[in-house]
Design a protein around this ligand. Structure first.
Ligand code: AP5
Ligand code: MG
Ligand code: ZN
Length: 216
């Protein structure tokens, strides 16, 4: 069993790696971005509220996210481990996560921080194509086998509204202002595993695997 957090700026490759990790180790991939986008798609109250923030590239308020994670981590499939992608994003979210997992008698095993310079992030987000199943592609760096279609489920690929240039700028500002401090927070707890995220998808996956193998 392994309980992991994936940390990294927008476009660092969290979703890409999370999908592979969750398949290999058979643990649920919990992406707060995917949960929020699913709520937007279904037109829920939560989705309506979150959309305003997300389209601008701003973080959705902590209270909303903490509620989502509390509910999700209480589901039984997390008993075999979990992989958080995109949560926590702020110090209060990290503190709440600590309380939630304490309460359910679990522990975090590692926080994997994928580091990628801004100019690479911007190129990755500009060419990204997403599938509703959570798979993420890039028109140049990571194209699907059939143009516009998902390799995993055959779904139609789309561009995320918040991959527009202005929203990307705001997302990077939010990341450096609110999320970056989590690197020190988890380093002090002895949980941080930082890695260079500019290599190929497979190279980064190998490095993540070597971290996980030491935990198992
Ligand atoms: P979220 O969906 O989490 O977005 P994000 O953090 O901005 O991260 P991304 O999903 O954009 O990037 P990624 O690291 O997953 O990269 P990917 O693998 O796709 O959040 C969206 C919004 O929801 C937030 O802005 C906020 O409003 C809200 N939200 C979510 N969680 C929240 C929270 N906890 N608190 C508050 N608000 C929250 O890869 C990117 C591209 O690069 C793809 O095209 C991919 O094919 C390509 N790529 C990946 N790896 C490589 C590689 N090694 N080489 C070349 N290309 C690569
Ligand atoms: Mg993602
Ligand atoms: Zn798909």
């Amino acid at each position: 069993m392994v309980n992991l957090v994936l940390l990294g700026a927008p476009g660092a490759g969290k979703g890409t790696q999370a999908m592979k990790i969750s398949q290999l180790y058979n643990i649920p991939h919990i992406s707060t971005g995917d949960i929020l986008r699913d709520n937007i798609e279904r037109g829920t109250q939560l989705g309506l509220e979150a959309k305003k923030f997300m389209d601008r590239g701003e973080l959705v308020p902590d209270s909303v996210l903490i509620g989502i994670i509390e509910d999700r981590l209480s589901e039984p499939d997390t008993d075999k481990g979990f992989l958080l992608d995109g949560y926590p994003r702020t110090i209060p979210q990290a503190q709440a996560l600590g309380d939630i997992i304490d309460h359910i008698g679990k522990e975090l095993d590692a926080v994997i921080d994928i580091e990628v310079p801004d100019e690479v992030l911007v190129k990755r987000l500009a060419g990204r194509r997403m599938c509703r199943c959570g798979a993420s592609y890039h028109v140049i760096f990571n194209p699907p086998e059939v143009d516009g279609k998902c390799d995993h489920c055959g779904g139609e690929l789309y561009q995320r509204d918040d991959d527009a240039e202005n929203a990307v700028k705001t997302r990077l500002v939010s990341y450096y202002g609110l999320t970056y401090p989590l690197i020190d927070y988890y380093r002090e707890k002895g949980l941080l595993k930082s890695m260079n995220g500019t290599g190929s998808v497979d190279d980064i996956f190998k490095e993540i695997n070597s971290v996980i193998e030491l935990i198992l």
